[in-house]
Design a protein around this ligand. Structure first.
Ligand SMILES: [Zn+2]
Length: 467
């Protein structure tokens, strides 16, 4: 479909609002939804009406776990390529992780560098996450004032030297400060001791066999880390969020903590919900991530945890790198960069799996739109089609049948374990605050419509907004 560059009304037979899917017209004023009315209520809006017909209209996805890597490692991804891919995948808001860029976003000065790098180059709205590393507790208040929407730390080595992991004493120092700032602390929860011991044991195995890599990162590393984080969160009353849960037992630990009053939430990612360890061919390092893709029983358990509400959301953990770093030449899982590129594909991947499991599309809007928006303080502005919300709208053909090929990917590097997979659903048109960001027939819009959220910087091309 070719949509108008700016819309005042989006109408259709299948509009997904918090009340369900029904015929409706969405009226837009200055980038916000002013009202949702009957489908025929479109008088006097002229050429600025988009009629989606029988296609599905969803709220734009909110992806709170994206590694853009700019500045400093722009050859890995970058704001331009990442946000074009996001738009093509129906993601209208993304949050950039504080690591893999240089500098890492661990001070307000580093955030300013990142904002300068992103300005004018974002096809979707972008917010920023600050980093918690050993010794930067004093910088967290400055990061919050400069506009980060969340914080992030690692309990295991992150893979890059400039973003070291924190230990229990570091967390005991930082968490009371974070509680005072009322920002969520996103935690990569795996403990190094468990992994070091398991890696020693696995060392005799074939490093190109996925099973060897899987054995080196057992679920116990995740479970013990989550138990520690929840104990510290309970003591400090800080809000914690467990990123990329790969094991159903982790979800149970989170649910138990929540029932005891710990302020904890959790996410999982498309790759843990779509693949199982037995799907990974030897040497196929495009599947490498940490924690690893586990068994099909684990995968089923994660779907059950989502259905039960023990896991709150699904976000990408898009973490790309240049092809050479995946070391497909040797296929060694232990030296390849860990990270799966999926920003453009998450919605289709999850929808494909949901269809197979008989789960209705409304759940996708909860897991990939509303819940992540709430996590980072955007719950009153993003993630729903309702009056007062930003007019971030995605027109989808849910029945389309698409085989992923490298040429359709807008990521800087078209490497992804989904290449060659048949997926259901296609994103037809994407609007960010009422402005066309992507159209399937013409590609990304010429002028990037994205804003930088939360930060206190303005400029001509890309107005940064105070939220
Ligand atoms: Zn990540």
């Amino acid at each position: 479909m070719i949509g108008p560059p700016l819309v005042r009304v989006v109408r259709g037979q299948r509009i997904l609002t918090p009340e369900g899917i029904a015929p409706a017209s969405i009226h837009i004023d200055q980038g916000r939804i002013s009202r949702v009315a009957s489908v025929d209520d479109v008088a006097a809006s002229g050429s600025m009406v988009l009629d989606a017909g029988d296609l599905l209209v969803l709220p734009g996805l909110v992806d709170t776990h994206v590694h853009v890597n700019e500045p400093g490692r722009t050859e890995w991804e970058g704001f331009e390529t990442a946000t074009r891919a996001a738009a093509a995948g129906g993601v209208t808001t993304l949050l950039d992780m504080p690591l893999n860029s240089i500098p890492a976003t661990t001070t307000a000065t580093a955030l300013a560098e990142k904002v300068a790098a992103a300005r004018g180059k974002t096809w979707v709205d972008v917010g920023f996450i600050g980093g918690v590393v050993p010794g930067n507790a004093d910088a967290l208040g400055g990061l919050a004032r400069a506009g980060v929407l969340a914080l992030k730390c690692f309990l295991v080595p992150s893979g890059v030297a400039e973003f070291p992991q924190v230990t229990e004493p570091d967390l005991r120092e930082a968490l009371p400060i974070i509680a005072g700032l009322d920002l969520p602390l996103m935690v990569h929860a795996e403990l190094p001791a468990v992994i070091e011991a398991a890696t020693l044991e696995a060392a005799a195995g074939d490093p190109t066999a996925y099973a060897t890599y899987l054995a080196s990162r057992p679920p116990a590393a995740e479970h013990e880390a989550i138990a520690l984080v929840m104990e510290l969160a309970a003591a400090s009353q800080a809000r914690v969020h467990i990123v990329h849960v790969s094991s159903p037992e982790s979800a149970r630990l989170v649910a138990n903590g929540r029932s005891r009053g710990v302020r904890v939430s959790a996410e999982t990612c498309p790759h843990y919900l779509f693949f199982a360890a037995t799907d990974v061919p030897n040497g196929a390092t495009e599947f490498k991530c940490a924690p690893p893709i586990r068994t099909s029983e684990d995968r089923d358990g994660l779907w059950a945890a989502l259905a039960a509400g023990d896991i709150d959301m699904v976000v990408s953990d898009h973490s790309p790198c240049p092809l050479g770093m995946k070391r497909r030449d040797v296929g060694d899982f232990f030296i390849a960069w860990g990270g799966i590129a999926s920003l453009q594909l998450g919605a289709s991947v999850i929808w494909t799996a949901m269809r197979a499991r008989g789960i209705p599309i409304e759940s996708l809007a909860n897991w990939m739109c509303a819940a992540p928006a709430r996590l980072v303080g955007l719950g009153a502005r993003k993630g729903r089609i309702a009056p007062g919300y930003d007019a971030d709208l995605v027109v989808v053909d849910p029945d389309a049948d698409v085989t992923v090929h490298a040429g359709m990917l807008f990521h800087r590097h078209p490497i992804s374990p989904y290449v060659g997979r048949r997926l259901r659903g296609a994103v037809e048109a994407v609007y960010v605050r009422g402005v066309l960001a992507f159209d399937r027939s013409t590609g990304p819009a010429e002028i990037p419509p994205g804003e930088l959220m939360g930060v206190r910087v303005t400029n001509h091309r890309n107005r940064a907004a105070e939220i």
